[in-house]
Design a protein around this ligand. Structure first.
Ligand code: ZN
Length: 144
């Protein structure tokens, strides 16, 4: 049987074109950029003006992020859904909040297998799973 040279050539060329169109995987040197909270203080309260934006950037429910932060601070607060603003009932420095956010990102956002932030938290009963959309890995995480 004869091989159709033209067909083979076209196939190779098609493959090449496909490869050119497929976006290249992000290099491992690419770092996740931590969003920054915008804070101001009213009396003894800390107001996080861009709380919903930060949660959106992390692709996490603001309510989940709120619960984590208030628990870490062992204080009370209130998330205003309409304004997307978190009010914390005590004065918290920007660096303290950044550290808490870094811990949240390390434990509940970054995939431990591939290091990418394209993850979701799936709740199965009392178990929480960090599921990575980039590599498919599943990692149990501590519920809070
Ligand atoms: Zn992954």
């Amino acid at each position: 049987m004869e091989i159709d040279e033209n067909l083979f050539y076209d196939y190779e060329r098609l493959l090449q074109r496909l490869y050119e169109k497929v976006p290249k995987p992000a290099s491992s040197g690419e770092r996740f950029e931590l969003p920054k909270f915008q804070l101001h203080y009213v009396g003894n309260q800390t107001i996080v003006r861009n709380f919903r934006e930060v949660a959106d950037r992390l692709r996490r429910e603001p309510e989940m992020l709120q619960r984590y932060i208030l628990r870490e601070l062992a204080t009370a607060g209130n998330y205003d859904q309409n304004g997307g603003i978190l009010t914390i009932n005590t004065k918290i420095s920007s660096s303290t909040l950044t550290q808490i956010l870094e811990r949240f990102v390390a434990n509940y956002l970054i995939c431990p297998t591939c290091g990418r932030p394209d993850t979701r938290i799936i709740k199965r009963g009392k178990t929480w799973i960090l599921k990575c959309d980039a590599c498919g890995a599943e990692q149990p995480v501590k519920p809070f």
